[in-house]
Design a protein around this ligand. Structure first.
Ligand SMILES: [Zn+2]
Length: 454
């Protein structure tokens, strides 16, 4: 999810456009599960097992008995790594927790050194919670506290940063700060994560909601190894972070300073000016020149996709102005994806920003997902590639012909633009375009329709 810019001049305390995102994700975190207890603890007392389970939930490393010792195993980057060993006694867990805290601090420092990003500390104030009143206006509630990240979260963020860079740079010269919230940003709404333009210090930041990363694989490489029946929001911390940093990219590229309508037009969205609400709104164009709009009549209603006219007025089944979303002809996410002029890659496309952020997440993730984006939605692929290259040229410089000095290779990493690297990329794209087969890699993302949030 992405929270609009606060109106600085009038200090309107409203999370602008926060309500534009869908509500179907409210159940997403209910069946997330922490790491399973190692089978060799089966003989231990219930109290010890609970102690181990609590430890694993808090730190997201698995405790593995090994002779006279306990090994503490972190799963990240496609492998299991013993990050710590203690005496094999339950009362060693306290000492292990302290050592893990130290490892977290060291990892944070390393990431700060490379990318200049920072992280919330345990007990740090984030900002006051938003509460939506029955009349749909927002008010502030109690202060939300943060916690510090887990090693597994830092591993996922690290993987994302190598791909998302330079999008972690804010346009004001600062860098993204990652906050791990102890309470929901919006009261009674459970979402995975947010990108905020302006944290308490006035800079761009990512907020992870409570439970967002619970039991979730650190990186894309860990997804294949994970038990995919164990959680519904089946994507990696890396992918979620890539999505959120795509909003930082949009911020850098001036989407909120007048560029959004022009960019969104390139991948299937038209805009109209809503006079009653005094803002520009977006319509997804259909293949036959028709329009679709995601919304509801009232903030407490479930949002839905409807067909509408060019001014955003919902239409009924006979094509007449319906007067409301409720009485308009409604469409499922899958129907709209099939009907759209430019196909959204996932079920999360309530507006151009989110559809693009999902596309950019695919584009930057790895070869498999990038190929899927190109195969299923070549126009969205082209729009993302164009913006990614503009950002690259601005951040890393240009060649004599004006093209970016660094291009993103098929695996989503930066490589210097040479005739060899350009040919390699062109070969990859041509190969994908030549493939007839339409689908691959569906299972891990299938459940995102119940899952996505951010
Ligand atoms: Zn988002």
């Amino acid at each position: 999810m992405e929270i609009g810019r606060q109106n600085e001049s009038t200090k309107v305390e409203t999370p602008v456009s926060s309500a534009d995102t869908d509500r179907f994700r409210s159940e997403i975190l209910s069946d997330a599960e922490p790491l399973a207890i190692h089978k060799d603890f089966a003989q231990e007392s219930a109290a010890v097992q609970r102690q181990i389970a609590d430890f694993q939930k808090e730190h997201a490393v698995q405790v593995v008995p090994s002779g006279k010792y306990y090994d503490y195993v972190l799963s990240a980057g496609g492998k299991d790594q013993v990050v710590l060993t203690t005496d094999g006694k339950p009362d060693s867990l306290d000492a292990a927790a302290k050592k893990l805290e130290q490892l977290v601090i060291e990892k944070q420092s390393a990431l700060t050194k490379i990318f200049s990003v920072t992280f919330s500390a345990k007990g740090e104030n984030v900002e006051k919670q938003w509460i939506q009143k029955p009349d749909c206006t927002w008010e502030r509630g109690p202060m939300i506290k943060a916690r510090s990240p887990q090693l597994v979260e830092l591993a996922g963020i690290e993987a994302a940063l190598y791909r998302a860079q330079p999008s972690q740079n804010n346009s004001d010269g600062t860098q993204t700060k990652f906050y791990f919230l102890e309470d929901n940003y919006h009261k009674n709404e459970r979402i995975l994560a947010f990108y905020v333009h302006s944290d308490k210090n006035g800079h761009g930041a990512v907020y992870y909601e409570p439970g967002a990363n619970l039991g979730v694989p650190a990186t894309e490489k860990d997804i294949e190894r994970s038990d995919q029946t164990k959680f519904s929001n089946n994507e990696s911390i890396e992918a979620l972070t890539l999505h959120e940093l795509s909003h930082s990219h949009q911020d850098r590229m001036g989407w909120d300073s007048g560029k959004m309508a022009g960019i969104a037009k390139e991948f299937g969205w038209s805009s109209f000016y809503d006079k009653t609400e005094n803002e520009t709104k977006y319509l997804l164009r259909g293949k036959k020149g028709e329009f679709y709009r995601y919304g509801s009549d009232h903030c407490k209603d479930k949002e839905a996709w409807v067909c509408c006219d060019k001014d955003g007025k919902p239409l009924d089944a006979s094509g007449k102005v319906a007067g409301s979303f409720k009485t308009a002809k409604q469409f499922t996410y899958d129907q709209v994806r099939d009907l759209a002029e430019v196909r959204p890659l996932t079920w999360y496309f309530p507006n151009p920003k989110e559809m693009f952020a999902e596309g950019m997440m695919f584009y930057r993730s790895n070869e498999e997902r990038r190929a899927q984006l190109l195969r299923e939605s070549p126009t969205l692929y082209a729009a993302v590639k164009k913006q990614d290259n503009i950002e690259s040229a601005e951040a890393f410089g240009k060649l004599a012909d004006g093209s970016p000095k660094y291009i993103r290779n098929s695996e989503g990493r930066w490589s210097e633009s040479t005739s060899a690297s350009r040919k390699e990329l062109a070969d990859f794209e041509n190969k994908v375009k030549a493939e007839k087969q339409k689908t691959s890699f569906v299972p891990p993302l299938r459940r995102r329709q119940f899952a996505y949030a951010g």
